[in-house]
Ligand binder design. Sequence first.
Ligand code: FAD
Length: 380
Amino acid sequence: MDFQLTEDQLLVRDMARDFAQGELAPRARKHDAECKIDPEVFAMLSELGLWGLTIEEEYGGAGLGNFELALVLEELNAGCASTGVTVSVHNSLLGAPIKRFGSAEQKAKWLPDLATGETIGCYCLTEPNAGSDAAAIVTTAKRDGDDWVLDGTKVWVTNGGIAKLAIVYARTNPEVSKAKGISAFLVPLDTPGVRIGKAEKKTGIRGSSTTEVIFEGVRLPADALLGGEGKGFSIAMDTLDGGRIGIGAQGIGIGRACLTASIRYAKEREQFGRPIGAFQAIQWKIADMSTRIDAARMLVHNAALLRDSGERCSEAAAKAKLFSSQAANYAADECLQIHGGAGYTDDFEVERLFRDARITEIYEGATDIQRIVIARSLMA
Ligand SMILES: Cc1cc2nc3c(=O)[nH]c(=O)nc-3n(C[C@H](O)[C@H](O)[C@H](O)COP(=O)(O)OP(=O)(O)OC[C@H]3O[C@@H](n4cnc5c(N)ncnc54)[C@H](O)[C@@H]3O)c2cc1C
């Protein structure tokens, strides 16, 4: 692994860092309290080209790799995890599968507006009875002449309330085994029969939109099918490899915010006539937090570089997400502990960081599912 960032990578990272610390961090509390991201943040993200980081230049994107995306997502999440996941899902869970599996026509149709942020994207896999067992989905897409007709309910859709385009996974063949009968469709959310359902009231990342998306007799043209009939489940899993690198980067960003807050408070707060940071017990917490965050970054960068090289990265991405999400939660927990009673109030940002960190162990495959992916790969 090359630890030395190139000049261009440093420029991208520093641009994201300046933006996150200057514009996102001061708004993070507001995003959390109002359960939405400032509209002006969306415009700034467009201006900085952060919606289309990995989309090819010919379609208006920055043409960068998953490695640069991970650098940027770490920074955004260190400022505001709600904004971080919004950008991560858009790039990794919608832009990426169109780039990797779309036809020339599909890329030309969708990527330019995804690159500018004119169209925000979302990923509709999970259903009420198909979470970890994603191959158990019951949403159907049935052929009707050249068209498809889509019916079903998706839940927990990040960006559901702000997206214009979704990738929707549906069962097209009930006759074959669970995973093989699934196909992926690109669905504009203004298509008749699409309804945005309940908006979830979440524990953390409250500024990000999470909704149900309901499809009732939604008629789609033949060219809505992405990557061929029956390819949906492998597209969904390939896409999650990239997404997990993004959530790994989110864990590092949140962890870093916890580390910064911990050091600041440990230097300020005095007990027994000394700053609490003078006590070795506090110093050890800070040392462990930082070590885990640095180790998480190496796993995330390793997985991103593998994906950029074109090699299979499922195991590496699962390890990155598993370790980084745990590092984030460890850092959030210790940060709160260092803040004592003050950390248990909303006077300090650790209360939000603690809530934001929790989701990293759940979405895009819960911690146990990452372990299953890793063990399967090792024992295959
Ligand atoms: C805020 C948020 C945003 C989300 N965004 C999206 C999105 O944009 N698109 C989308 O499609 N989905 C999204 N999801 C769904 C998310 O991916 C699922 O919540 C996640 O995959 C877990 O599924 P579940 O909630 O149904 O939990 P369950 O599958 O019911 O799991 C419950 C518990 O059982 C454990 N478990 C399950 N199976 C096993 C097993 N075989 N071995 C050991 N333990 C097991 C799990 O690890 C977990 O701890 C989002 C979820 C949340 C909360």
